[in-house]
Ligand binder design. Structure first.
Ligand code: MG
Ligand code: ZN
Length: 458
C-alpha cells in the first residue's frame, strides 16, 4: 500500500518542486531544458543526483511548536535557526497502529512505533521496535539495508543507545523496555537463552554498527544470558567483537577509525545542556532566562559526537558512503517533564549538530541531510495568563532574545503527571541531492523510501 503511494508521491513532489523552482532566477545549466533555469545549488536536489552519504537527524518530540519556542528564545521571533535554513521543507503524518486491530490508526504515536515507521517503511503499534503490530515479525531497517550495500553506519543519541529511537535501526524486539539482557520481562521470547536475538543492547553490538555513541552504560554492563557470550557483559562482548569502548569526551576525540567504536558517556541518558525553573500551575514560573552550559565537560555535546562520527565514518568508508542517524533525544524528555529551558537547550544542541553536518556537506555536496522529528509534543506558546483567563496546565514565562516575555504552556496531562505526545504532523526538511523528495505532505513511512532510494536500495 505504501509503495504505490510512494510512486505517486515522488511524482507529485518532483512536479511541485519544478513549479516552485520556475520562479527562481539563475545562471542556467546545459543539462536541462533552457526554460528550466535553476541556481546550480538546486539542480541536484530537484532532479536527483548521486547521494554518497546520508545524515538523518531526529529531534525526538520536536514538533513545530518546540522549534518555534527554541527560535523565539534563542534567536528571536524574526531570527532563524540552522534547521530553518534547509532549502526543502515538508510535513509528515506520524500516526501508529493499534496492536489489537492493526487496521485502525493510533493517532498518538510513541518513539518506538514512529521510529519503526521511518526506519522500516512500515507502521506498527506503540512500544514495538521494528517488529509488526499483532504478529511480531521482524521488519528490515534502513541501517540493515545500508550495511548490505556496503555503507558504513553510525547511530548517535543523547539518550541511552538502547532507547527507542536509536534502537529501531539496529534491533527487533516486541517491547521497547527490553533494553539490556536483564530487562527482558516484557519480551521473554527475544532473550538469547530462549533462542531469540537478545535485548536491544546485545543486538546493537551484533549488528556491527561502525559508530555507536550515546548514554546507557547501565544496559551494556548487564550480563548476557545465552549464546556465544553467555556470562559476559555486553561491553565485554563488544570488545570481543572488535569494538573500542570510550566513556568520556577526551577518549572520544582520540578514537581512531581502525576499530568499531562504542561510546557510552553516562549510565542513563546523557546530561542536559541547559537548566531553568520548571513550569508550574498559575501564576506559573519566571519570568526567567535559562542557565546555559550545564553539561559536564567530560561528556561530549551532540555536535561533538556528530562531528566525530562523520569524521570516523568518512575515513572508514574510504570511497564508499555512510549512513548516520543523530538523535536529539531529550527535547522529548524535558517536554514530558514540563521544563522549557531544558527543552530549549536540547533543541539548540540538535540545531548545532545540524550545523556541523551542513558544514561537512559544503565540502561534500553528495551528502543528503534530512532533519525531522518522530512526533509532536506538549509545549505551546500561549498569551500571558491572568487571574480570570488561564490554562489549567502549568507554565513558565521566559525572557527571549527579543527581550520580550514568552509564556510556554504544558497542559496535555495533569500538572504533576508526565506530559503527553500529541498527534499533529511534524516538519521534515532536507539539504543536498534528492532533497526535494521531502516537499509536500508525506507520511513518516515515506522517509524510509526516500533514504532507500538515496542508497540505491529502491
Ligand atoms: Mg528518542
Ligand atoms: Zn516521549
Amino acid at each position: 500500500m505504501f509503495l504505490l503511494e510512494q510512486r505517486k508521491f515522488f511524482f507529485t513532489t518532483t512536479v511541485a518542486a519544478i513549479i516552485l523552482a520556475l520562479g527562481t532566477t539563475s545562471t542556467g545549466n546545459a543539462d536541462y531544458p533552457k526554460f528550466l533555469k535553476f541556481p546550480k545549488f538546486h539542480n541536484q536536489p530537484l532532479f536527483g543526483g548521486r547521494v554518497k552519504n546520508v545524515i538523518l537527524f531526529i529531534g525526538d518530540g520536536m514538533g513545530d511548536s518546540e522549534i518555534t519556542i527554541a527560535r523565539n528564545y534563542s534567536v528571536g521571533a524574526a531570527g532563524r535557526l540552522t534547521i530553518d535554513t534547509l532549502p526543502f521543507t515538508g510535513e509528515y503524518t506520524t500516526y501508529s497502529l493499534q496492536e489489537k486491530n492493526p487496521k485502525l490508526p493510533d493517532y498518538v504515536t510513541d518513539s518506538a512505533a514512529s521510529g519503526t515507521g521511518w526506519a522500516t517503511g512500515n507502521k506498527t503499534s506503540n512500544g514495538r521496535i521494528s517488529t509488526t503490530a499483532g504478529t511480531d515479525k521482524d521488519l528490515k531497517t534502513i541501517l540493515e539495508l545500508a550495511k548490505e550495500r556496503g555503507y558504513k553506519t553510525g547511530d548517535v543519541t543523547t539518550a541511552e543507545l538502547t532507547d527507542a529511537t536509536p534502537a529501531v535501526l539496529l534491533s527487533h524486539v516486541s517491547d521497547r523496555s527490553c533494553q539490556g539482557p536483564q530487562d527482558t520481562a516484557n519480551c521473554p521470547q527475544d532473550k538469547k537463552s530462549a533462542g531469540g536475538p537478545g535485548s536491544i543492547a546485545e543486538q546493537s553490538i551484533d549488528h556491527n554498527v561502525d559508530v555507536l555513541l550515546g548514554g546507557g552504560k547501565q544496559r551494556y554492563s548487564q550480563t548476557i544470558d545465552g549464546g556465544q557470550f553467555a556470562g559476559k557483559s555486553v561491553i565485554d562482548a563488544a570488545k570481543a567483537q572488535g569494538y573500542q569502548i570510550v566513556t568520556n569526551a577526551a577518549q572520544l576525540q582520540a578514537a581512531q577509525p581502525a576499530s568499531r567504536l562504542l561510546g557510552l558517556f553516562s549510565p542513563g541518558n546523557m546530561s542536559l545542556e541547559w537548566g531553568g525553573q520548571p513550569a508550574i500551575p498559575y501564576p506559573g514560573s519566571g519570568p526567567q532566562r535559562c542557565l546555559e552550559n550545564q553539561r559536564p565537560a567530560d561528556e561530549p555535546s551532540l555536535a561533538e559526537m556528530t562531528s566525530k562520527a562523520i569524521s570516523l565514518l568518512e575515513q572508514k568508508a574510504d570511497r564508499g558512503g555512510f549512513f548516520l542517524q543523530v538523535e536529539g533525544a531529550s527535547i522529548d524528555k524535558r517536554d514530558h517533564a514540563g521544563n522549557p529551558c531544558e527543552q530549549i537547550g536540547e533543541t539548540v544542541a540538535l540545531d548545532r549538530a545540524v550545523k556541523v553536518a551542513l558544514e561537512y556537506a559544503k565540502q561534500h555536496p553528495d551528502t543528503l541531510i534530512i532533519v525531522t522529528a518522530d512526533h509532536a509534543h506538549t509545549s505551546q506558546i500561549i498569551p500571558p495568563p491572568t487571574a480570570t483567563d488561564h490554562s489549567p496546565g502549568k507554565y513558565s514565562t521566559l525572557i527571549t532574545a527579543d527581550q520580550a516575555e514568552m509564556t510556554v504552556n504544558y497542559a496535555t496531562n495533569l500538572p504533576d503527571n508526565s506530559q503527553e505526545h500529541t498527534g499533529t504532523q511534524v516538519r521534515i526538511a532536507a539539504h543536498g541531492p534528492q532533497g526535494a523528495n521531502v516537499v509536500g505532505v508525506l507520511d513518516q513511512t515515506d522517509l524510509f523510501h526516500i533514504i532507500a532510494r538515496a542508497i540505491g536500495a529502491e
